[in-house]
Write a protein that binds this ligand. Structure first.
Ligand code: FES
Ligand code: FE
Length: 416
């Protein structure tokens, strides 16, 4: 890895509890390292089963110079392949998503099945074997409906995250959901800053009035202004509230201990899973706390006042409500350019304009994403300054440190 000498040097300057050296946040070499080495060595969230709902549905996930086609086969299996034709290498799928019975290369019409096998190639010489020229597969894991891909030749084991996540999100039936709205937001900041921003709510008070409304003070929230009952209470009352919540969740059979980026085989944790109470009076993460869709997506109806959240390293987070799911995937497009893809999922039978209003469904996270995009951009621009020094994390930024540590460890491993 001769060409990444600066990166190796900068990784050595990592300090526990402090931000990374400047060169790892800004600059061309870090971007190349991240997209060509680090992010190719780990599992990345690419989309959900709802993004490839019917046989023949496909969408493209992009990382640096690599595009991956994620496609549902006739057997309902979802598979992933490099988007590069085995003839002379053209991109087989040029759009961002689509549905087709076969994947046909636009150049000379080599034709692939949804399972990646080469089905047709005209006028090839004797001895040419179609079986040797299928699309190159990419590792894919379907974790309870969340799809993760890994571009490494030997992907790391998925480990306990698979069960921890799948077990808790199973009740939300991702197979029965559809994508109601998808937003692609390009943020003018390095992807690691967008991730760090997601991992703390130290900035929420000053910046996220919409997000805080439906969240309980347990966690990060402020409560709905109407109810007043969620205002900060004394410790004893707070503990009593938590104990009651816990018992209620046990009664429903949805209680699980917090999963907090558990270390595995000496490696930094990959996932966090937490059920959080919503604000008093709120049943969904919306501006008014009311349901975003009239159709419940889980077995416990529309009145439950909690939501489940899943965070994974290094590129995703997800919120599961009674009536909808929001998923976020993040990919770098340049040293200071990041694609944040937000998808809102509702019940497959919910009808737009009847059961849900897209504006109501998306209002909280559209506002929050715009605010976070601004904050990440401000962060990025400040780091380019010669006055930048590695700065200390607050006690509210432990999960930022967890992300940074995952990044540093995975980078060091990938560099060998
Ligand atoms: Fe795809 Fe020729 S490059 S058919
Ligand atoms: Fe934020």
């Amino acid at each position: 890895m001769q060409q990444f000498d600066t990166i190796a040097l900068m990784l050595k300057k990592n300090r526990a509890g402090y931000t990374l050296p400047r060169e790892l946040y800004v600059g061309e070499e870090a971007y190349r390292f991240d997209t060509e080495v680090m992010l190719r060595s780990v599992w990345l969230f690419a989309g959900t089963v709802a993004h490839a709902k019917a046989p023949g549905d496909w969408f493209v996930f992009e990382l640096g110079n690599n595009q991956v086609i994620i496609v549902r086969g006739r057997d309902n299996q979802i598979r992933a392949f490099y988007n590069s034709c085995r003839h002379r290498g053209a991109r087989v799928c040029e759009a961002a998503s689509g549905n087709s019975p076969r994947l046909i290369c636009p150049y000379h019409a080599w034709t692939y099945g949804l399972d990646g096998k080469l089905l047709a190639a005209r006028n090839m010489p004797d001895g040419f074997d179609k079986a040797d020229h299928g699309l190159v597969p990419v590792a894919l894991e379907n974790v309870g409906g969340l799809l993760f891909v890994c571009l490494a030749d030997n992907p790391p084991p998925f480990g306990r995250a698979k069960q921890d996540i799948a077990e808790q999100i199973a009740i939300y039936n991702l197979d029965k959901l559809k994508v109601a709205v998808q937003d692609d937001l390009i943020e003018p900041a390095n992807w690691k800053l967008v991730m760090e921003n997601n991992r703390e709510c130290y900035h929420c008070d000053q910046n996220h009035p919409e997000l805080l409304k439906s969240l309980s003070t347990y966690g990060f929230g402020k409560g709905l202004p109407e109810d007043g009952a969620d205002d900060v209470v004394d410790d004893a009352a707070f503990d009593a509230m938590l104990a009651a919540q816990r018992q209620h969740w046990m009664d429903l059979g949805i209680f699980h201990e917090l999963v907090e980026f558990p270390e595995e085989n000496g490696q930094t944790g990959f996932h966090r899973v937490a059920r959080l109470p919503l604000a008093n009076g709120a049943v969904s993460q919306t501006l008014d706390g009311k349901s975003a869709s009239r159709m419940a997506i889980w077995p416990h109806g529309l009145d439950e006042q909690s939501s489940l959240s899943v965070w994974t390293q290094p590129n995703s987070w997800h919120h599961f409500c009674n009536d909808h799911v929001v998923t976020f995937s993040l990919t770098p497009l340049g040293p200071d350019k990041t694609l944040l893809r937000t998808s809102w999922l509702v019940h497959e039978d919910a009808v737009e304009g009847v059961d849900y209003d897209p504006a109501h469904l998306t209002a909280v996270w559209r506002a929050t994403n715009a605010q976070d995009s601004y904050l990440s951009a401000v962060n990025h621009r400040g780091i380019t300054s010669d006055g930048y020094r590695q700065g200390p994390y607050s006690v509210e930024e432990k999960l930022v440190d967890a992300f940074k540590t995952f990044y540093v460890d995975a980078s060091a491993r990938a560099l060998g």
